[in-house]
Design a protein around this ligand. Structure first.
Ligand SMILES: Nc1ncnc2c1ncn2[C@@H]1O[C@H](COP(=O)(O)OP(=O)(O)OP(=O)(O)O)[C@@H](O)[C@H]1O
Ligand SMILES: [Mg+2]
Length: 327
């Protein structure tokens, strides 16, 4: 087990009024358990605002949790600081959706990508050498390294962001929508590169994406988030072939011709369209958070919050209906 999140949560205070007092909280992540094994590509899916990025940042302690604990490679790092935090920083990395915003606009690529090493006391010349080596591995030529971010194409910038995340040879990398800002052919190149690097460096990925095709092709496990909670998680094949949570089903049925794409026509996922907009994470609905949009709502859903229960080995769902059917 490389990463274990136990009942992790992040509440962002909302301030209001003249005195900017705390008037409420955005419950971005609200009690999540996640176990990531070494070598996993663990996908996190869910609609905008469901807490995916926040969960990704919590996983590598770019954010401090409001509650819960983080175990990384067998160590509790929830409150890590000093050397322990530094070690964690070196063992983890993150690649964001928009490489333009994550790369300093007035620094040359070579300085941006070698910065983590230099900050850590490495001789700049040595650090540049390492950067050039890594750059060639991701398909960036040396001359590109001496340009500024705006002089690169989107795909080249994302390659630079990958070098920066990789330069410490981390164990775990969070990929937050790594290709959604890129055109389709560049997307495929970057995804292939990420696959190759994973093998080469024995990496573990947490892959945040809206794109379920990418999940199916790259990930071995998937967690579906809704309003700060995981509603279903398990091996990718199980979830794609027999999704249980109505929200998961609705996500999957929004892909065109899902049955043919994913099973050669074996499965037929019913079409479910959740009604209305997702409720606000400042005031999640009582009971099951999805009950206000669920076509299968039963009485208990309005009263009690369902917990994740195993459907079968490694496949968990938080849904009263399934628990009733299984009982
Ligand atoms: N620093 C912050 N301060 C206040 N609220 C925040 C902060 N970061 C995120 N939020 C809120 O927390 C909720 C979850 O945000 P998050 O970015 O984790 O969602 P997401 O699933 O990554 O969405 P998207 O798919 O749009 O990237 C949102 O309501 C968001 O507005
Ligand atoms: Mg996000």
């Amino acid at each position: 087990m490389i990463l274990r999140l136990k009942n992790i949560g992040k509440y962002f205070p909302i301030r209001g009024g003249l005195l900017s007092r705390v008037v409420g909280y955005v419950k971005a992540v609200d009690g999540v358990d996640l176990e990531v094994e070494e070598g996993d590509t663990y996908a996190i899916v869910g609609e905008s605002g469901s807490g995916k990025t926040t969960l990704g940042k919590l996983s590598i302690k770019l954010l401090d949790p409001t509650f819960g604990s983080i175990e990384f490679m067998g160590r509790d790092v929830t409150f890590a600081k000093g050397k322990e935090l530094k070690d964690l920083r070196r063992s983890t990395g993150i690649v964001f959706q928009d490489p333009y915003r994550s790369l300093h606009p007035r620094k040359k690529i070579i300085d941006i990508v070698s910065e983590p090493l230099i900050i850590n006391g490495q001789d700049p010349e040595e650090a540049h050498k390492i950067a050039i080596e890594f750059a060639s591995m991701v398909g960036l030529t040396k001359d590109l390294l001496y340009k500024y971010p705006h002089q690169l194409s989107g795909g080249q910038r994302q390659r630079a962001a990958i070098v920066r995340a990789l330069i410490y040879r981390p164990r775990l990398i969070v990929l937050d929508e790594p290709t959604s800002a890129l055109d389709v052919s560049t997307q495929a190149q970057i995804l292939n590169l990420l696959e190759d690097l994973k093998k080469e460096f024995k990496l573990t990925y947490i892959l945040i994406t809206h794109n379920l095709q990418i999940v199916y092709h790259l990930a071995n496990k998937v967690a579906v988030m809704y309003l700060g909670k995981i509603v279903e998680k398990g091996p990718v094949e199980k979830i794609f072939e027999s999704p249980r949570h109505p929200y998961t089903i609705s996500l999957l049925s929004s892909i065109p011709a899902i049955d043919y794409v994913f099973s050669g026509g074996k499965i037929n996922i019913p079409r479910i369209t959740p009604t209305g907009e997702p409720p606000s994470p400042t005031k999640p609905p009582k009971g099951c958070r999805f009950h206000t949009r669920c076509p299968f709502v039963i009485d208990i859903c309005r009263r009690e919050e369902p917990t994740l229960q195993p459907v079968e080995k490694d496949h968990y769902v938080a849904c009263h209906l399934w628990q009733k059917i299984n009982a």
